[in-house]
Design a protein around this ligand. Structure first.
Ligand code: ADP
Length: 464
């Protein structure tokens, strides 16, 4: 498989070479066209000059041409590619290049034809033009000029054109080579960060491969690229690495938390039972009730963990029915009536008819968890449950006048086994799973659950 770097380099180089090649051809073609037009004009001008200068050799006094000068001029014109024949007014030949030097004429014309046909791939033939020779407004003869046509380049012009073409081709080659070098550099700049990202992804995969418990170290790649996509790619890789590390950390934390949560009641049970076996304690009713409470606590913990695992690892299948949310809240509030009464706090309900289609039992679980916390963490004042129109449908808020939650801990309270104050008296209850379960169920209902500090307590808000 071709590498990205090579592919990019090839594509760039190919593209630039084609563009430069086409540009060179177009420039070449245009210079050719412009130059040939210029040459045609030059030839016409030259012919006019020949006619004028030969005409000037006519002597009106003795009504004849200066034969010697005409010959000298004629031979000069032959060298330049113009075969001239001069006639007097009666049609008598004054000078004829061919009769004068047939060989020279043929040589000049052949060399022009060879140049034009081979070098410039231009087919042509000898073209004849006749002009009257005038002197003081009178016609004194005729001149015939033969040239290779439609046009021809002199040797100097040929050299000039060849140099231009050579220069163009050389510039083309230099630019193509330059473009190949630039393409290679450019593609390296683009491909390198991608290769680094690939390498980092591979390392991450290896590090978190099943069964690899060693060699865990922090992987981060450079993010400050000027190209947006490359910067985003590196950021995503770093985010992925960060999340995996965080996941790993949480998993470890979770295992140790679970172990800790299990150890406390188990140690207590073990101590009690051993003391009873050793006869230190009599297995009286009180001791047995204490053991029983620890067992209940253990069972609740295992049940909660089980519920949470089910919610987090399996698709939650909601058993939706139509019911009134306020009625459900009333039922839940009823369950806490005794506890609230016992603690001497008030329970206020601001309910209203609120039809909803949801999983009754699961939603009940959400509000039981929230309300049990409210009761647990409130020692005086009140708990107020309010139902109102929410962003999507209904919003339920449970406000208490309890101990509140420290602002910096709010983002964590929905995490598994998180308890806002680790040193808090364990008698206040749970293992930090209740809110995690509530959040999972709310999310399954495409709702949200948030917590905030009201100043003198906490408010939990469930949007459904
Ligand atoms: P727990 O079973 O420990 O109450 P939760 O997941 O229900 O576990 O709650 C997580 C933590 O959030 C609790 O340990 C407690 O510190 C805090 N919390 C929850 N509800 C309240 C509340 N109404 N007032 C104060 N703190 C609360």
């Amino acid at each position: 498989m071709i590498s990205l770097q090579n592919r990019l380099a090839l594509t760039y180089a190919l593209f630039i070479s084609i563009a430069l090649g086409v540009l060179t051809l177009v420039v070449n073609r245009f210079t050719g066209i412009i130059f040939s037009d210029l040459i045609k004009e030059n030839i016409a001008e030259k012919s006019g000059e020949i006619v004028r200068s030969i005409g000037e050799q006519y002597n009106s006094m003795n009504r004849s041409f200066d034969a010697l000068t005409v010959e000298a001029m004629g031979m000069y014109f032959v060298h330049e590619g113009y075969i001239v024949t001069v006639e007097d007014e009666r049609g008598g030949i004054v000078w004829d290049a061919r009769s004068c030097d047939m060989e020279q004429c043929a040589e000049v014309i052949n060399s022009i034809a060879g140049r034009m046909e081979h070098q410039f791939r231009l087919q042509g033939s000898l073209q004849k033009q006749q002009f009257p020779l005038m002197r003081q407004g009178l016609r004194v003869g005729n001149i015939t000029i033969e040239t290779w046509g439609p046009f021809f380049y002199s040797e100097t012009e040929t050299q000039f054109l060849t140099s231009i073409n050579r220069l163009l081709i050389m510039a083309g080659i230099v630019f193509i080579l330059l473009s190949i070098v630039i393409s290679a550099l450019l593609s390296r700049t683009i491909a390198r960060p991608i290769l680094k990202a690939k390498e980092a992804a591979r390392q991450i995969a290896k590090m978190y491969a099943k069964g690899n418990n060693h060699n865990k170290h922090i992987i981060r790649i450079h993010e400050g690229y000027k190209t947006r996509e490359l910067a985003e790619l590196s950021r995503s890789i770093n985010e992925l690495a960060g999340q995996l590390e965080e996941g790993e950390r949480r998993q470890k934390q979770l295992s140790s938390d679970i172990a800790h949560e299990l150890r406390t009641p188990l140690t207590c049970l073990q101590g009690n039972i051993e003391a009873m076996i050793d006869g230190v304690w009599q297995p009286g009713r009180e001791r047995l009730i204490s053991c029983h409470e620890e067992i209940i606590r253990l069972t609740r913990l295992v049940q909660d963990l089980n519920t949470l695992t089910n919610l987090e690892w399996h698709d939650i299948i909601l058993n939706k029915t139509d019911f009134d949310l306020s009625k459900l809240l009333q039922t839940v509030a009823e369950q806490f009536k005794a506890a609230v009464h016992e603690k001497g706090i008030a329970m206020r309900l601001n309910l209203r008819p609120s039809p909803i289609s949801a999983d009754y039992d699961r939603l009940k679980q959400v509000f039981i968890n929230i309300l049990s916390n409210a009761v647990k963490y409130t020692d005086k004042g009140s708990i107020t449950i309010t139902v109102e129109r929410g962003v999507k449908n209904w919003a339920v808020s449970v406000a208490d006048t309890g101990i509140g939650i420290p602002e910096n801990e709010i983002p964590h309270i929905f995490e598994r086994l998180y308890r806002s104050d680790k040193s808090r008296n364990r008698s206040t209850g749970g293992a930090g799973i209740g809110l995690t379960i509530a959040a999972a169920i709310t999310a399954a209902h495409e709702g949200t659950i948030t917590a905030e500090n009201s100043g003198n307590g906490s408010i939990f808000r469930v949007e459904l």
